[in-house]
Design a protein around this ligand. Structure first.
Ligand code: HEC
Length: 201
C-alpha cells in the first residue's frame, strides 16, 4: 500500500514540475515527438542526403507535362501556321456564356492593344511601331480560326505569346473576336481566297 502511495505521489510531483518549467516556450516533455515534428521532407527546405543537399521543391523531371495539358503539335513556323489554319477548329459552343468568358479575358489581356471594339486603337497600340490590324480588316476577317489560335499561342510580330491562357480560354477569346467582327462562328469557314490572302503574310 505504501508503495502505491509513493508511486502516485511521485507521478504527481513529475506532472506538476512539468507545469512549473521556467521557459514558457519549452514544450516540456514530449511524448512521441514524431507526432509533432514530421520526419518527411519539408517543402522548400534543404535536406542532406549522402553528403548532397537536396531541396524539398525540385524541378520536375524532363518532359513532364502538367495534368490535363495537351501538347500543341504545330511548330512556330510558317508551315505550322498553315497547318493550324487548316486543322484546328474551335471546340467550344458559340454560346452567350463562352462569348462572355472571351470578353472578360479580352478586357484583361488584349484590349490595351486591340482596343475595345477591336479596331487596333487600344491605349498601347499608339506606342507600337505598327498598331494591330483592325479585326474587321479583310485579312483578319478572312483569317481561319486555327491561325488565330496559333498566333495567340505563339505571338506574332509585336504581339507576345499568350500560351499562359488555357486552350479553352484562347478559343473563348476567338469567339469574342468573331463577335467583334460581327459574324457568327459558322461564317468563318474559309474559302480559298482567304487562305491565299493570309498565306502571303
Ligand atoms: C502588345 C500589344 C498586343 C496585345 C497585348 C495583343 N495583341 Fe494581338 N496583335 C498585336 C499586333 C501588333 C498584331 C499584328 C501582328 C502581325 O501581323 O505582325 C496582332 C495580331 C493579332 C491577331 C491576328 C493574328 C494573325 O495571325 O494575323 C489576333 C487574332 C490577335 N492579335 C488576337 C489577340 C488576342 C486574343 C489578344 C489577347 C489575348 C491579343 N491579340 C493581345 C498586338 C497585340
Amino acid at each position: 500500500m505504501k508503495k502505491i502511495k509513493f508511486i502516485i505521489l511521485s507521478a504527481g510531483v513529475i506532472l506538476l514540475s512539468a507545469c512549473t518549467k521556467k521557459d514558457p516556450n519549452s514544450p516540456g516533455f514530449e511524448y512521441m515527438p514524431d507526432m509533432y515534428r514530421a520526419v518527411g521532407l519539408e517543402y522548400y527546405h534543404a535536406i542532406e542526403v549522402d553528403g548532397d543537399t537536396i531541396w524539398g521543391a525540385q524541378l520536375p523531371p524532363k518532359n513532364t507535362i502538367a495534368r490535363g495539358y495537351k501538347p500543341y503539335p504545330y511548330p512556330n513556323t510558317p508551315e505550322g501556321y498553315e497547318l493550324a489554319g487548316q486543322n484546328l477548329k474551335n471546340p467550344l459552343e458559340n454560346s452567350e456564356e463562352n462569348i462572355k468568358k472571351g470578353e472578360e479575358l479580352y478586357t484583361k489581356y488584349c484590349i490595351h492593344c486591340h482596343g475595345a471594339s477591336g479596331q487596333g486603337d487600344g491605349k498601347v497600340a499608339g506606342k507600337l511601331p505598327g498598331p494591330p490590324p483592325p479585326y474587321t480588316s479583310a485579312a483578319i476577317l478572312n483569317l481561319p480560326e486555327g491561325k488565330m489560335f496559333h498566333s495567340i499561342t505563339y505571338g506574332k510580330g509585336l504581339m507576345g505569346s499568350h500560351n499562359f491562357l488555357s486552350v479553352n480560354e484562347r478559343w473563348a477569346l476567338i469567339l469574342y473576336i468573331h463577335k467583334l467582327q460581327g459574324k457568327d462562328k459558322t461564317e468563318t469557314k474559309q474559302d480559298s481566297t482567304a487562305s491565299k490572302l493570309t498565306a502571303k503574310k
